[in-house]
Design a protein. Structure first.
Length: 313
């Protein structure tokens, strides 16, 4: 056998070992994720940061203007400031109400059984379909002029004649909040999982000591469930700040910007007014706001979140 053929076989053997090496296979699959992460996440993220400091309409070349977009937000753009305030009101009302309703329903369905499982599925459905455009359109009909809610209030004698809840500044945001609270299925399931992890011996010991149901709830259920509450609070808060479909479809941000949530206004500036640079700046401010709110929750969790592995709060 010639030396060339031997070296060729040796080369093929080395290549085969490299190709079928476990590390090579691992790097291949990790590489797909890394490439996708860099192309579809990191690159757009840094490009949006660049665009936030430019005047850019999405068609012509961006013009560098520095921090003018950020200065404009907090000094001259009154609609932006109102949308920021409206979003905070929306988050601080819808998120606690959603978690409260989710916990109440989870407590009701804590016990198993076929009937309970069926009811759990029914209560979870709003979270599955609640973010769809179809549900938002139906919601607009329910709360609109001559809708079912209007007729129900008329029958109860609370209002007279036709009244549109979504076309009135004082009630429009409430309809969007109610729609958000109605979608409590996802945190409900998380609460159910947390409730099932609480040892029954805790409640048995409390009953022996004479504690009633209310005392058991405050002294056992809430402390043991606090990590789950913390988890749900973080997720729902982030979702609240990113709310878009409900307000955009139901009210289009009106009337008089009463439901002009942050992302709705960001969408309007970016794609309707074609101010992509300004919209990118708004997106980065939103990231900073959510980051600050999340950091506050994490830094204060030691005061109210109970971790059994750490021996308490």
């Amino acid at each position: 056998m010639s030396q060339s053929s031997t070296s060729k076989k040796s080369g093929q053997s080395s290549f085969s070992k490299f190709l079928y090496n476990e590390n090579t296979v691992g790097y291949f699959f990790i590489g797909l994720f890394v490439i996708g992460f860099l192309v579809f996440t990191v690159y757009p993220l840094f490009m949006s940061l660049y665009y936030s400091m430019t005047k850019y309409d999405g068609l012509s070349a961006p013009q560098w203007i520095g921090l003018r977009n950020y200065i404009r937000m907090f000094t001259t753009d009154v609609r932006y400031q109102k949308s920021l305030l409206t979003t905070f009101i929306y988050v601080f009302t819808s998120v606690p109400l959603r978690l409260i309703f989710a916990l109440i329903v989870a407590m009701m369905f804590k016990r198993g059984g076929r009937v309970v499982a069926a009811y759990r599925t029914l209560f979870y459905l709003p979270s599955v379909i609640g973010g769809s455009v179809a549900v938002a359109v139906i919601w607009r009909q329910l709360w609109g002029n001559g809708g079912i809610i209007n007729k129900a209030f008329n029958a109860l004698g609370l209002i007279e004649g036709d009244f549109s809840f979504i076309a009135t500044s004082s009630t429009a945001l409430s309809t969007v909040v109610i729609l958000a609270v109605w979608q409590f299925g996802s945190p409900m399931l998380v609460f159910l999982a947390g409730l099932k992890d609480i040892p029954a011996s805790y409640y048995e010991a409390a009953e022996v000591d004479g504690a009633n149901k209310w005392q058991q709830f405050w002294k056992i259920t809430l402390p043991c469930l606090s990590p789950v509450i913390f988890f749900n609070l973080i997720n729902q808060m982030i979702s609240g700040f990113m709310a878009f479909t409900q307000a955009y479809i139901v009210t289009r941000g009106g009337p008089n910007d009463a439901t002009n949530l942050y992302v709705v206004y960001l969408f309007e500036r970016s794609f309707t007014s074609r101010q992509m640079g300004y919209g990118s700046a708004m997106a980065w401010v939103l990231i900073i706001i959510v980051g600050i709110m999340t950091a506050i929750l994490f830094n204060t969790q030691h005061k109210w979140v109970f971790y059994e592995s750490k021996g308490g709060k």
